[in-house]
Design a protein around this ligand. Structure first.
Ligand code: PAF
Length: 292
C-alpha cells in the first residue's frame, strides 16, 4: 500500500477533509522519525482501533536544549516511509521547521507540574517544547486518538494533563514499552551507543526490576528500592546516574511512602548517550519497616 506523504498542513487538511472515514476514529502517532519497533507497536495499536492512521515525522527543535543532539538526531525519511507502508499507515505528515514554526519564536504552552521533576529538572523547557508541538499537531490533524509510548511516561503525563486542562477532544492512548530480548527499552537513541556501551545498557532495566521486586516484596520506604537499584547501576563504571525516583504515576511526584501503585523511573548516561526507562510497580500486602 502506498502511503501519502504531506509536507504542508494545508495539503494534509485537504486530504483528511476529503477522506471518507465514516464513524471510525482518526488516529495520530506523533514521532520524530527514525522509526523502530516502539513506534511500530503504537502504529499497530492505532491500526487496530482507527479507520485512518496518520504518523507525523517532525524533529522538534523546541524540545532540544542548546547542548543537546538536535543536529545529530537521526533523520531517514525514505526508511520511515517504507516502515509506514509496511504497517498500512494511511498518511505521513512530515512538515519542515518553517512549516511548523514560520515566525521563529512561537507561542508556547505553559505545562503543568508533571513537567517539573525527573527529566524536566535536567532538561529545562523540554516538556514545554513537546507540549507546544503536540498541541500544534493535534490542531492540524484533529485526531480522535493519539498514541504515545509508556517509556516516555513523563511526556505522557504532561500531554494527558494538557489534554484534560484544555478540554482537547482527543483520547490519549498509551502503548507498552517495547524491549529488545535483553530487556533494553527500544529507543531511537540506542543507536548512538557503541558496541561496548550497548552491552552495558540493559543494566538500566535490571536496576528497575530490582526495585520492582523489592516493592513487590513489601518495601514501603521508597529509599529502600531506590538504593537497591542504585547499587546495581553503580556497579557499572561507565554508567552515570542522572536520577532514579519512585513516583506517583499520575502527578510524577516522588512519594514519601509506597502505599499504592508507583513508577520507578530512571535516567542514566552511558558515554554521551542519555537513556531513560521506567516500570510500574504494585506493592504487595507484605510490609517492610520504613528506615529510621
Ligand atoms: O516522543 C517523541 O517522539 C516526541 O517527544 C513527540 C511526542 C513526537 C513530540 O515531538
Amino acid at each position: 500500500m502506498t502511503v501519502e506523504a504531506f509536507r504542508s498542513a494545508r495539503e494534509l487538511r485537504t486530504y483528511l477533509d476529503s477522506s471518507p472515514f465514516g464513524d471510525k476514529p482518526l488516529g495520530l502517532v506523533p514521532t520524530m522519525g527514525a522509526l523502530h519497533e516502539g513506534h511500530g507497536s503504537l502504529i499497530q495499536l492505532a491500526r487496530e482501533e482507527c479507520g485512518t492512521v496518520i504518523v507525523s515525522l517532525f524533529v522538534n527543535s523546541l524540545q532540544f536544549g542548546p547542548t543537546e543532539d538536535l543536529r545529530n538526531y537521526p533523520r531517514r525519511f525514505d526508511a520511515d516511509l517504507l516502515f509506514c507502508e509496511r504497517r498500512s499507515v494511511d498518511a505521513l505528515f512530515a512538515p519542515s521547521e518553517e512549516e511548523m514554526y514560520p515566525s521563529g519564536t512561537p507561542t508556547l504552552v505553559e505545562v503543568g507540574p508533571e513537567a517539573e521533576g525527573l527529566c524536566g529538572a535536567s532538561r529545562p523547557g523540554h516538556f514545554q517544547g513537546v507540549a507546544t508541538t503536540v498541541l500544534k499537531l493535534f490542531n492540524i490533524v484533529r485526531p480522535d486518538r493519539a498514541y504515545f509510548g509508556e517509556k516516555d511516561m513523563q511526556q505522557l503525563a504532561v500531554i494527558s494533563r494538557m489534554a484534560r486542562d484544555m478540554n482537547l477532544s482527543v483520547d490519549i492512548v498509551t502503548g507498552p514499552t517495547q524491549r529488545d530480548p535483553d530487556g533494553m527499552a527500544i529507543s531511537s537513541r540506542n543507536e548512538y551507543l557503541s558496541t561496548e556501551e550497548r552491552q552495558i545498557a540493559p543494566v538500566l532495566y535490571r536496576a528497575l526490576r530490582v526495585a520492582r521486586q523489592r516493592i513487590g516484596d513489601g518495601d514501603r520506604d521508597p529509599l529502600l528500592p531506590k538504593n537497591a537499584a542504585l547499587k546495581v547501576l553503580e556497579f557499572e563504571p561507565l554508567v552515570r546516574v542522572e536520577y532514579i525516583e519512585i513516583v506517583n504515576p499520575e502527578d510524577m511526584r516522588a512519594v514519601d511512602e509506597i502505599a499504592g501503585p508507583v513508577r520507578v523511573a530512571a535516567a542514566i548516561r552511558i558515554g554521551d548517550t542519555r537513556l531513560i526507562d521506567n516500570v510500574l510497580c504494585e506493592p504487595s500486602n507484605k510490609s517492610r519497616r520504613r528506615r529510621k
